[in-house]
Design a protein around this ligand. Structure first.
Ligand code: BJW
Length: 239
């Protein structure tokens, strides 16, 4: 484990040019959005692995949609926190996120690669047409004009990640001299495997032990909102 001060000193010595920020649910925890595998991660006693699947949607689309409408409501009412805002101050960094909450974009990050889709887009299961859906639905499950079900435009277990997003994320990871890894358990693949592509310095911010921490150059045991601003400040000082 490293302190924030040790990681900041390493950043000042490195003077990184190509910075990637890789985030998971923990970066939004201090905005009041529950993580998947932490406290508050269960919904009506279901785990994400039981709800975020094509099988669950085929069995009970209304129930899966109730979960998504609940989460969409939480995110609509939430605000980006100090970690999202600090990341947005890195105007030339690429943000690769597993999150579907759009809080990085709302904080002002311009270059966000969404690996697992967005809560605020839907897709017709028949036509595959994707559209924005920022408002709550009047009835669940929502339907397309063609009569088929609409589903959230997110990536469920067993589904492929968007090819363009995965290709871009792989390329920027390979070219990064610094990757900040914030708030992910690092157990969901292929996203977790992206970190291994980085040949530069990796700094994890997570108050708990994750599957990635032991493979990072530095692992800082602190929350996203506490540790991200000083580490971003250290990067900006080198510009
Ligand atoms: C804080 C904090 C604070 C708290 N500050 N930090 C290789 C090995 C094993 C399995 C597989 C493999 N390759 C593929 C698989 C299967 C599967 C998988 O990975 N399963 C694992 C669970 C074992 N992967 C897939 O199915 C993927 N598709 C795929 O591989 O396609 C090819 C294929 C097809 C068919 C057959 C085989 C292969 C798709 C994965 C899709 C994941 N989707 C979800 C839902 C998205 C939509 C939605 O949101 O509804 O994505 S699941 C969920 O997990 C969500 C997240 O993005 C993802 C990762 O979770 P994350 O962000 O890490 O959150 P948590 O809760 O796990 O962790 C939070 C962390 O924050 C914790 O560490 C806390 O300590 C920390 N924290 N407070 C900082 N304040």
């Amino acid at each position: 484990m490293s302190t924030i001060g040790e990681a900041a000193a390493a950043i000042r010595a490195l003077r990184p040019r190509n910075v990637v920020v890789f985030t998971g649910a923990g970066v939004s925890a201090e905005s009041g959005i529950p993580t998947f595998r932490g406290e508050g991660g269960l919904w009506r006693n279901f785990r994400a692995e039981e709800l975020a699947t094509p099988e669950a949607f085929a069995r009970d689309p209304a129930m899966v949609w109730e979960w998504y409408e609940w989460r969409r409501g939480l995110v609509r009412a939430a605000e980006p926190n100090a970690a999202h805002r600090a990341v947005a101050a890195l105007t030339d960094a690429v943000v690769v996120t597993q999150n579907v909450d759009a809080l990085h974009a709302r904080a002002g990050s311009a270059d966000v690669v969404e690996l697992h889709g967005s809560l605020f887009r839907v897709r017709c299961v028949r036509e595959q047409r994707v559209r924005a859906a920022p408002e709550p639905f009047a009835a669940l499950p929502p339907r397309c004009e063609c009569g088929a079900l609409l589903r959230p435009d997110v990536v469920w277990f067993g589904e492929m990640l968007p090819e363009d997003a995965l290709a871009r994320a792989s390329a920027v990871m390979q070219g990064a001299d610094l990757v900040l890894i914030i708030g992910t358990s690092g157990i969901v693949y292929p996203a977790a495997g992206l970190v291994a592509l980085c040949r530069g310095t990796t700094i994890e911010i997570n108050p708990q032990t994750s599957a990635l921490g032991s493979r990072c150059t530095y692992a800082v045991a602190a929350t996203a909102a506490a540790a991200t601003p000083p580490l971003v400040e250290a990067i900006l000082e080198t510009r």
